[in-house]
Design a protein around this ligand. Structure first.
Ligand code: MRU
Length: 360
C-alpha cells in the first residue's frame, strides 16, 4: 500500500488490522479481522466507521472472504452481500464491494486471491490521492475566503469525523484543514461533539490535537450562536452519499448546521471523493436510506470516570424510549459547493452531470 494508512493495515498473515475507533481517544488499540463475519461485525459495531474507511475495510473483507471459501465465486458473492449490507447509508461501502465482485468475476479461480488483494490495495491508494486533491482544493477555498474578508486567520466549523479515521489518508472534510495547516495558515476548528456517538469530541478532536491544529469542541447546539456572532467563516463536512441532484447525506445534525449557515450567509461546503456520489438517486431527501441505530447509543454515554477507568453510564431513564437516526440529508440548495477530487462543483444536477459525464 502506498499511502500512510493509519486507520487500517495488513499484518504479516495478510489479515486486516483496524484501529478500534470505539474507544478512542482514551484507548489506542486495534482489532484483527480475519474473515467475512469479523469484517461485518467491525463495520456494524463501528470499530471502523466513516464512509471511505468502511469501503476500504469492506474491500479487504471480500479478499478475506475469498480466502475462506477458496475462491469459490458463488460462495464469495454471498459473503460479499453480507458485507455490502452491513450499513445502509454510506454508498462507498456498496461501491467498493461491487468493484471487488466485478474483479472476482473476471478472475480465474487460481488468480482470484491475488487479483482481489491488488484491487483492495488499489482502492485505498486511489482514496489517498483523492483525499490529497480535496485537501488542496479546499485549502484554496479557505485562502480565498480569508482574502475576501481581509483576514489573517480562519475559523472553520465541522461536524462528525471526516479525517483520516474516516477516509485515507487525510480525510475529506479534514483534508483541507490539514493542508491549510501545512501551508502555514492560522486556522482554528470548531468541532461539533456529534451526539450520540461523539465522533467529533472523540475522533476529530483527537486527530486535530495529534496534528497540532487549534480546535475547540462545542456542544452540537452551539454552532448557530457562533455563526450569528461572526465566529465561523466557513463550514465543511464530509458525506456518506451525495445524490445526482446534489443532496448530501452526512452524520445526523449536519442539516441543522447547513440551515444556520444559510441563515447567516456563511459558506457551507461538502467534501467528498467521487465514490460518494450515488447517480441512481436524484432526490436525496426522499430516497437516501437513513440508518437507524440502537437506542442505547442515545441512552448511554462512554468516557473516563474519576478513577480514569473507561466506562459507560446511563443518561436516560429506562422507561423513556430513544430514537437514533444515524444521518440526515442536507438539501442541495443549502450547499455552497461540493469539493471533490475532480474539482469544486455546484450542488445541482447539471453541474454534477457535467463533471461526472464519464461515470453516468
Ligand atoms: O456513523 P459514522 O461515524 O460512520 O458517520 C461518518 C460520517 O458521517 C462522516 O462525516 C462521513 O462518513 C464522511 S467522511 C468520509
Amino acid at each position: 500500500m502506498n499511502g500512510v494508512y493509519k486507520a487500517f493495515w495488513l499484518d504479516e498473515n495478510d489479515h486486516l488490522v483496524v484501529l478500534d475507533q470505539r474507544v478512542l481517544p482514551f484507548i489506542e488499540s486495534s482489532v484483527t479481522i480475519t474473515n467475512t463475519k469479523e469484517c461485518v461485525e467491525a463495520i456494524k459495531n463501528m470499530t471502523v466507521r466513516g464512509a471511505g474507511v468502511i469501503g476500504n475495510v469492506a474491500a479487504f473483507g471480500v479478499y478475506l472472504g475469498a480466502r475462506e471459501c477458496t475462491s469459490d465465486l458463488a460462495q464469495l458473492i454471498q459473503k460479499a452481500q453480507l458485507i455490502r449490507a452491513s450499513r445502509p447509508t454510506a454508498v462507498n461501502l456498496m461501491w467498493a464491494v461491487d468493484r471487488m465482485i466485478e474483479v472476482a468475476k473476471k478472475s480465474s479461480k487460481e488468480m482470484m486471491l491475488e487479483a482481489l488483494k491488488e484491487e483492495a490495495i488499489k482502492i485505498s491508494d486511489e482514496d489517498c490521492l483523492r483525499s490529497r486533491r480535496i485537501g488542496e482544493l479546499g485549502a484554496d477555498i479557505f485562502e480565498e475566503i480569508m482574502r475576501q474578508k481581509g483576514q489573517k486567520s480562519i475559523n472553520v466549523l465541522t461536524h462528525c469525523n471526516a479525517g483520516w479515521l474516516a477516509i485515507v489518508d487525510e480525510g475529506s472534510a479534514l483534508a483541507p484543514i490539514y493542508e491549510a495547516h501545512k501551508r502555514g495558515i492560522d486556522i482554528h476548528v470548531w468541532v461539533d461533539e456529534t451526539r450520540p456517538r461523539n465522533q467529533g469530541a472523540n475522533l476529530t478532536a483527537w486527530e486535530l490535537a495529534k496534528a497540532g491544529i487549534k480546535h475547540t469542541v462545542i456542544a452540537d447546539n452551539t454552532g448557530g450562536h457562533l455563526m450569528q456572532h461572526q465566529q465561523v467563516d466557513v463550514c465543511i463536512t464530509g458525506a456518506d452519499r451525495v445524490s445526482r441532484g446534489g443532496d448530501a447525506a452526512n452524520k445526523i445534525g449536519t442539516y441543522l448546521k447547513a440551515l444556520a449557515a444559510f441563515d447567516n450567509q456563511i459558506p457551507f461546503y461538502i467534501a467528498l471523493p467521487l465514490s460518494t456520489f450515488d447517480f441512481t438517486i436524484v432526490d436525496g431527501v426522499k430516497d437516501i436510506e437513513i440508518e437507524i441505530r440502537d437506542e442505547d447509543e442515545v441512552k448511554f454515554i462512554r468516557g473516563l470516570d474519576k478513577q480514569g477507568e473507561y466506562t459507560k453510564v446511563q443518561i436516560v431513564q429506562d422507561v423513556s424510549k430513544a430514537l437514533n437516526y444515524g444521518f440526515d440529508v442536507t438539501p442541495a440548495r443549502l450547499i455552497t459547493g461540493l469539493i471533490t477530487d475532480r474539482g469544486v462543483c455546484q450542488a445541482n444536477i447539471e453541474a454534477i452531470e457535467a463533471m461526472c459525464e464519464d461515470l453516468l
